[in-house]
Design a protein around this ligand. Sequence first.
Ligand code: MSP
Length: 788
Amino acid sequence: MSEAAPNKFFLTTPIYYVNARPHIGHAYTTIVADVLARRHRLLGDDTFFLTGTDEHGQKIERSAAAAGIPPQQFTDQVSATFREPWRRMGLTFDDFIRTTEPRHKQGVQKLFRAIEDAGYIYLDTYTGAYCVSDEAFVDVAPGAPCPECCNLTETLSESNFYFKLSEFQQPILDLIESNTLVIQPETLRNEVLSFVRGGLRDLSISRTGIKWGIPVPGHPDHVIYVWLDALANYMTAVGYGSDAPEDIAKFARYWPADLHLIGKEIARFHCVYWPAFLLAAKLPLPRTIAANGWLLFQDSKMSKSKGNVVRIETILDAFGTLCPPVPGGSIGLQPHEWSAEEKGASAPGSPTKQEQDLFASDILRYFLLREIPFGQDGNFSLEAMVTRYNADLANGYGNLVSRTLNMLAQSRNSIVPAPPLPLLLEGVWGGQPRGAEGEPSYSQSFGGSEHVRLIVEAFAVEQTNQKLWPTLDFNLVAGNIWYAIGITDGYLSNFTPWRLAKSTEPVDSGKLDEVLYTAAESIRIITALLYPILPYATASVWRQLGLGDIELAAKSGELKNLQWGGLQPGTKLGPLSPIFPRADKKLLEIMTQMEQDRNTPIAHANAQADAATPTATEFRETSLASAGPRTATFAQSSPGGQVAASAANTTEREGTPAHTEAASGIFAAQAAVPQTSVQIGIEDFAKIELRVAKILVAERIPKADKLLRLEVDLGYEKRQILSGIAEFYTPEELIGRRIVVITNLAPRRMRGLESHGMLLAASDGDHGKPVLATFGENEEIPLGSRLK
Ligand code: MSP
């Protein structure tokens, strides 16, 4: 990616599937895009930042069916749950495209026709495996797990239109090898190259087995393959497919994209299929595709299907409580769609909801960019986030700003002094600042002010701005800025302005001017550099420095080509307030509790069932209600969660005492009321998620006499369950039965296989034969329906 080249910059995020609510894995890519968009805007580039939601395909069709509402209504609701956190975080996307919009549909059909007219499409039959979770045709034996996501595949045999992908093997190799199409990071580029060198086979680009999609022009029984549909968003959002003159002009202005940001798991679609579709349709190719690694939580990829997600709301609600009051009114940021209520402070002198959200969003932005080298996987932990916050933001940047500006306020009446000329006072002054043991002190090497000046300027111009940003090494960008912060901090400690301020010697007054000017100017440059990463905090610092609105400064080019001396002596500081107050241990406890409350079976069950129904406000109110000490709910909810977890385990063990292997596979309800039965409330019962499922596959497991391996269809997904019923049922009599499954039991492994869920059965006494709870043939109930 080159910063020097065009003066337009069109960047995109993946469009997110609307089968579940967003989590910080989704926020990661979107935040990176926002940081880059801000950076390019301040450089003066005509920047267009696009994000949106991917709303068609089998996965969404099934999720809507499981939620029991029409797909359009379903996608309307879940798409809004993506817009909401982006809005709360003040992300500055220029457009949010939804693939169910008419403008998109017409563009996708136009692209299909263009590829067809060029002779690259033919009709055939696809028989093979399909992974609904990835929406991908996969080359594995029918029913085998998907090599990418490990979910079980399904077998399709349907009439499909095919795309002649095989004809594009060489052209794509040439483009990638010549770096005409840049793929970052290098490791991914190599993987893509070896995939393409391995040979490309023609690809199905329509489906007849589903209805929820964009019809193939002239063939209403086919819908366009969801990946062709989704990838086209990058063009349809900037006018492709429309004949309106303004859309034609927009397309000419922005296409091709300069940067597609993606997660590494969708590289094949973006780096192989997408360029091939564009080549076939004779359209220009994107310039760079850059992939982030995965956010891991508890050592595996954070994802809804694993249930190991951290919610964006938890971070915003918890860190938002640290937001200091903003003297002199709201910071001059203008993110879109804020309600009057959010813009207003709840009490005089306290921050508004908007300010709290933006403040907390900065902390998440910084943590993700600083902690994880872009392109690599990185562990996310709330504890690491709090530690980094305290070390880098509270004690680092925040403390440097506060001590400098407070000294300026106290000893210079909030007016930036003029530094005496030349800026080399300590040579004259002969101070003996301390260097680290064995290292030259500042005065021995450069002299304090000049040293700070050189370092800060060098990092601003040479390293940070010009070399590191284009490589997307955000952790190094931030690391360098923190180096400059450390240098400035050390300078203050060495030249002790607080002592100079107490001195009555006239020469010390000049020294104090110099030290304070140097520190303040250094802060100005550091703040300008930090703006894309910390837009809210830097807006506050900019105003406190007396420099006004940082957004206006970004627009007018004041934040680029930074040079020492830009801070004008005589500038009057704005009202002062803390930047990043320290977080104590309680914050971590609150966040952990908020996530635990959400992860109890009830909350988890609700989250799944609710994927269809949340309103943004409802969801937010829930998170706020559990935000710790503010409410009694916080104190009470913890034991509830634990009871639920142990109740589930106890039931599992009690129900199958005679069949140890059965422990993970069967839930045997007792006919007689057990003596030890514990009274539970309806809310405890509601924690257990029971759903209707159909047994698709049942087979014996070698060397396990009591276990059967089942594959069940829940309507919205398929699961593998190991069940200890081999002594009571033959596989043949089980296939096709509609049964009841406990779906929110954590997966566990047995005999090297994963079992995810339990079947519900009744047995007479502890040792009676379990009889599966089953629905009659004529009882109409869709798969996935919940038992209540
Ligand atoms: N709809 C497709 C993309 C179509 S683009 C034309 C899709 N959607 S998704 O909802 O599954 O989101 C994928 C993107 O979300 C990933 O590529 C990545 O950018 C982001 N992430 C989701 N979970 C993530 C992590 N745990 N870690 C990092 N990024 C993650 O695939």
